[in-house]
Design a protein around this ligand. Sequence first.
Ligand SMILES: [Mg+2]
Length: 228
Amino acid sequence: MKYEFLLFDADHTLFDFNKSEYFALKSALDFYSLPSSDEVIEKYSEINVKYWKMLERGEIDKTSLRLARFEEFCDFYGFDRALAGPLADLYMENLAREAHLFDGALEMVAELSKKYRLFIITNGVKSTQDGRFGISPITKYFEKIFISEVIGAEKPSKVFFDAVESGIDGYTREKAIVIGDSLSSDIKGAINAGIDCIWFNPIKKEAPEGWNITYTVESFEEILDILK
Ligand SMILES: [Mg+2]
């Protein structure tokens, strides 16, 4: 067996983050009697993705991101900007209770845990991820969870992957593989760190040119097949 350590991304790979975000945001908007249609939530999501890309590029820190995305959201709809802070806080509180897994994620991880040592590598906020991992049945299959906020650096940075390396007993990068959906954080990070990777690409994005991506898959079945 070539690999021993599976480094799984969490959101959009195992967890259906869109679903968690949807319920957490809808409930926060409803609490403040603001419109909470699918269109409004979609707009927030678009703004949020933009800020996370900025974070990955090192253009903003996470503390600023939490508020800035809601300020931009409030500005866009003409909501009172003073609501941005309370909305952001309530959203984060709600999010810590939303831990929706993709269909088949639990079964896949249970199967892989029989043969491999499993780890989570996530660019998340500690309180949110602690809350969600705390209530998810998937958590028991993971030996350790690496959260960027705890490490003090985000994927794809070398600092993040160095912390993973030194945080796992017996780790060698030749025996590790990163499994994640994000090109800019998971796949770029794996390539930079010299680790093999499985790009989980169920939405069939076009692969970037010139990237040496070890495997690209569209389903959990394909992941199981590679790691069988
Ligand atoms: Mg992800």
